[in-house]
Each structure stands twice: as structure tokens, then as C-alpha cells.
Design a protein around this ligand. Structure first.
Ligand SMILES: [Zn+2]
Length: 570
């Protein structure tokens, strides 16, 4: 049995994510996890919320809540929505966990021991009234370039000029409004990524099977311009992992926290500790420590392309730099962007469909199928309501749903609610078995390689074979002349439903459960032998006609939703 460690990029805590975020990491990761489990392999599938940093503080302030309380609430919201989409995490953790605090401080201590951390003195805006240093986006003032009066310390939203807080005219704190600010010296820790450059380069060169999208981004950061730079890993903030050297204080770093981008990927490991501490697992080290059993683990990460630099360079710097035998990622599956109906998803403009809204409209499987079968792999892809309607109505309702409905209803009307005896499979069935065997091999190949769209295409072709068989065999006609042969055809069709349930589970888990339940089968073993799998339900085995698996989307609904999610112009 192979062992698969699978992580999805962890979603940031400040709000509900849109469908583009979902298809860029969590959903394909879930597809792969479900597939590997389906193949009988051992899987640990982890995801968490990413909770530290300035945006969390800002969002909490906007909501009028203490940041810890805000994060706890939003974690629950995201966990509930993830369940709604049937994301089958073994654990959904939190980067603010005590486990992550301790592990982040441990890594920092190891990196310091190995001379990979240096201290840097910088100046930063300090607010006397607030009693703290202000991150750039906590400072506003008048833009020296265009005169816009609410330019932020890092950028003017009006003319887009990049700014330094000292450039602003009449700067003030956005927390208190105070103008009593001064530039003060402050010390920060930098991770000496420059010292790791050759090691990272060699490691990435060793990954011959990585997608070009992943390696090209990593190589660009390693070599373009001045090449890979040392990276600040601390911030003057309250909310985060306190800067410590393991359990010890770090002189000069009192009151500072690690930068969110340092602690967030470490949460992948900490999440497995949370998984054990939650009583769901017994041993996290056999997944993460190559000296404690993780040698045979295959570790796959899923993420949007914007996250690739952190996962190919920053996080590996942490892991390799520690000098400890941690498991490194084996394969990074990265995604392009999903656009929305001729533009981009926009949180601020309410443009596009967000995860909670999607589930209010239609069940998870509808979205899962469209998103995965249109995953932005080789290029950006676009959600349009026409395409969504067509895909749901054709692939799910007409092809799969209709097949299940026709065969079960016909059997009930002629033979009753059990698998009919009589007759034997002949040439037609043998041809279908041969075609399915070939298609199944292709499906497995694409799933193993995480070629999501191609796998969806094979699955659709596998469903189509069933419909074509039914059309060709036409048991409703056969029945009139030769009820025995019709019985064999129906028996074959009912077995196909179970076969489809197993193969479709990674894409549409609810429909898969409904098909298995209708076939009164709890045997979801992977059909390595197609002929055997299509004899699994014997004559006399009871079944039920399921409720309609999928309904069609009407033109009126499509138009209504298009209007509803178009967003407001600002
Ligand atoms: Zn400006």
C-alpha cells in the first residue's frame, strides 16, 4: 500500500473564498486524496486556515472583534463550508495553534544554530498614541504624486504609485487617527536564503517530473535580476507567533512575531500534530520525519501559481536549513487562475460566486464537476453561466443521471426491485468491458499524474459508454422477444451503476454515495478487474430506484444567477 501525504495551500482567514480559490488548491487536492483512498492507499490529507498577519488584524478591527475571537469564528465558518463541498480533510487545522507556535519557534532556533539567520536594523513608523510600530497599510496620508488624501503607506490606490510611509504628506495612524508618528529603528530577523541558493537550485533541478508552471516560477525567483534574496521573517505586530528561539527568549526580539509567511507553511506539519492531538491519528512523525518512517511517503502539495515561490524556495529553505530529516515535497501541482464571466472574481465588488453562495444555489457535486472538469491547468480558464449550465445539464443530467434513472426504472417495471436472473453476457457486453478496461487505464493514468481535466474527460467518456450500450442493447425492445437476454442486459446495466459510483467518487462524492446506496452495496473496492466488477451484483440482489441524481438548470435560473453575481460597480 502506497502512502500519500497531501496538503492544500491554506486559505487565509479574512473571509469566505470564491470558486477560483477553491479550484486552485482545496478541490483538486480533495480529488487526489479521494482517488488515492479509493485505490486502497494510505492517505493523510491536511488543510488549515492561515490566521496571522496584518490583514487578519484589519478584518477583525472592521468586524469590531478581538483578532483571536474573529479568527476562531472564521475558522468555523470556513470549516463548515469545506464540509459542504465534501472536502475530505483528515484534519482542518489552524496556523494559530499552539502546535504551530512551538514548531515555528523550533525551526527558527535550528536555523539560527545553523547560522542561517541574521539580524537587520531597519527604521519603521512608530505611533506613540498606539504604542506600537505600524505596518505600512496601517498608515494613511496624502499621496505626494496625485494628491489623493487616503493613500496607504505602501501604495496609492488612486494612482497606483508604490510608496514608502515617509513619502506621505500628513501621515496618520489608521488605528487611532494619531499624527504623532516617528520613524524609529527596529531590529528584524532575516532568513539567509542566499546561502541556500545552490542547494535549492540543485533540489529543483532534481524534480524532472514537475509541471513547467511550477519550475519556471521557482527558477525565475532563483535567478532573475539579483536572484534569490534574504527574507525578513519577523514583524512588529501583536498577532502572530512570538519570536523565540525554541522555548527560549530571543534577546532584542521582545514583542515581535514571526512573519505570517514564515509560520504558515510550517502549519502543514503542525496540522498533523493537531490531527494526533484531536485523537484522529496516532503518529504524525511517520508522515514527516524520514528518520521515523516517512521515507516511503509521497508528498504532494496543491496551490495557485501565486503561492509557488513560497513553496519551492521559502519553505524548503526552512526545512533544508534546519538540518533535520524532515520530509520534503515530492510533487507540486500548481494552478493558473479561474476568471469569472469576462473578468475577474472580485471580493470587494462582490463579483463572482463565493463558496457559501454556491452551496445555497446548488449541491456540491454540480460545482465540483464543473470546476474540476474545467480546472485552470495549462492556462487560465473562465467560468461562464452558459458553460456551467451546459456542462451540468449534459454531462451530469443527460449522460450519467439519465443512465441511472432509465436502467433502474426499467428493471423495476419489468423485473422488480432486484437484479434479474437469466441470460448471459454476450458480445455486446464483452465489447463494453474491453472499452471500459482501456478507458479505466487512461483514467487511472491521468489521476495518478494529477491531470485533472483529462481525468474528467475520461470519466465522462466512461459514462457515455454506458449510455451507448443502453441505446444499442435496448432492453425495452429486447424484452418483447427475448426476456432472458433483456434480463442479462439489465443486470449488466445495474452493475455499471455500481462501477460508476466507485470511479466517480473523487469528482462527485454525493452522487456516488447515492448510486451505491441505490445498489444497496457497501463494496467500493477499486475495479481493477472490470469484468469481475461488472459481475459484483448477483441475480437476486436488491436495489432501489434512486431519486433523480441531477436536475437540469433552467434558462431562467441561469439568467437570474448571472444577474445576481455580476457584482456592483464601485
Ligand atoms: Zn496617488
Amino acid at each position: 500500500m502506497a502512502r500519500h501525504l497531501i496538503t492544500s495551500a491554506i486559505p487565509y482567514i479574512n473571509g469566505i473564498k470564491h470558486l477560483g480559490n477553491l479550484v486552485g488548491s482545496q478541490l483538486p487536492a480533495d480529488l487526489f486524496a479521494r482517488y488515492q483512498r479509493g485505490r486502497g492507499n494510505e492517505v493523510l490529507f491536511l488543510c488549515s486556515t492561515d490566521e496571522h498577519g496584518t490583514p487578519a488584524e484589519l478584518a477583525a478591527a472592521k468586524a469590531g472583534k478581538p483578532v483571536a475571537e474573529y479568527c476562531a469564528e472564521m475558522h468555523e465558518v470556513q470549516a463548515r463550508i469545506a464540509e459542504g463541498f465534501r472536502l475530505s480533510f483528515d484534519h482542518f487545522g489552524r496556523s494559530s495553534s499552539q502546535q504551530n507556535h512551538a514548531l515555528t519557534q523550533h525551526f527558527a532556533a535550528k536555523l539560527a544554530e545553523n547560522d542561517l539567520i541574521r539580524e537587520v536594523s531597519e527604521t519603521q513608523m512608530y505611533s506613540h498614541a498606539d504604542g506600537r510600530y505600524l505596518p505600512d497599510r496601517y498608515i494613511e496620508g496624502t499621496c505626494p504624486n496625485c494628491g489623493f488624501d487616503s493613500a496607504r503607506g505602501d501604495q496609492c490606490d488612486n494612482c497606483t504609485k508604490q510608496l514608502d510611509p515617509v513619502d506621505l504628506i500628513n501621515p496618520h495612524s489608521t488605528i487611532s487617527g494619531s499624527t504623532d508618528l516617528e520613524m524609529r529603528e527596529t531590529k528584524h530577523l532575516y532568513l539567509r536564503q542566499t546561502a541556500m541558493k545552490d542547494q535549492l537550485d540543485a533540489w529543483i533541478d532534481s524534480k524532472k517530473d514537475w509541471p513547467v508552471l511550477t519550475t519556471s516560477i521557482a527558477k525565475k525567483w532563483l535567478h532573475d535580476g539579483d536572484g534569490l534574496q534574504d527574507r525578513g521573517i519577523t514583524r512588529d505586530l501583536d498577532w502572530g507567533v512570538p519570536v523565540k528561539k525554541g522555548g527560549e527568549d530571543w534577546p532584542g526580539m521582545e514583542g515581535k512575531v514571526f512573519y505570517v509567511w514564515f509560520d504558515a507553511p510550517i502549519e502543514y506539519i503542525a496540522c498533523s500534530q493537531e490531527w494526533v492531538d484531536a485523537g484522529k491519528g496516532a503518529d504524525w512523525e511517520r508522515w514527516w520525519r524520514t528518520d521515523k518512517g516517512a521515507e516511503d511517503v509521497t508528498y504532494t502539495q496543491f496551490m495557485g501559481k501565486d503561492n509557488v515561490p513560497f513553496h519551492t524556495l521559502s519553505f524548503p529553505s526552512t526545512i533544508l536549513g534546519s538540518g533535520e530529516p524532515w520530509k520534503l515535497v515530492d510533487y507540486i501541482k500548481s494552478f493558473n487562475y479561474l476568471n469569472y464571466d469576462g473578468g475577474q472574481f472580485s471580493t470587494s465588488r462582490g463579483r463572482g460566486v463565493f463558496m457559501d453562495q454556491a452551496l445555497e444555489i446548488l449541491p456540491a457535486d454540480y460545482w465540483r464537476w464543473w470546476l474540476l472538469s474545467h480546472a485552470p491547468e495549462s492556462s487560465d480558464s473562465e467560468f461562464t453561466w452558459e458553460n456551467f449550465q451546459q456542462s451540468v445539464n449534459k454531462d451530469l443530467a443527460d449522460v450519467l443521471g439519465n443512465f441511472v434513472s432509465r436502467i433502474t426504472k426499467f428493471c423495476r417495471s419489468k423485473f422488480g426491485e432486484e437484479v434479474p436472473a437469466g441470460g448471459a453476457f454476450g458480445e455486446k457486453e464483452a465489447a463494453v468491458i474491453a472499452a471500459l478496461t482501456e478507458r479505466l487505464k487512461a483514467y487511472e493514468g491521468f489521476m495518478d499524474a494529477i491531470e485533472v481535466r483529462k481525468a474528467a474527460g475520461e470519466l465522462r467518456a466512461i459514462w457515455v459508454i454506458g449510455n451507448e450500450y443502453l441505446q444499442d442493447a435496448a432492453p425495452w425492445s429486447t424484452f418483447k422477444e427475448d426476456p432472458e437476454t433483456a434480463a442479462a442486459q439489465v443486470r449488466f446495466g445495474l452493475n455499471l451503476i455500481r462501477f460508476y459510483a466507485i470511479l466517480s467518487a473523487p469528482f462527485i462524492p454525493d452522487a456516488s454515495d447515492a448510486m451505491l446506496a441505490a445498489m444497496k452495496s457497501d463494496d467500493s473496492a477499486w475495479p481493477d478487474d472490470v469484468a469481475a466488477a461488472l459481475n459484483a451484483l448477483p441475480a437476486g440482489h436488491g436495489f432501489a430506484v434512486p431519486e433523480n441524481l441531477f436536475r437540469k438548470i433552467t434558462d431562467e435560473e441561469r439568467e437570474e444567477w448571472q444577474e445576481r453575481f455580476a457584482g456592483v460597480r464601485t
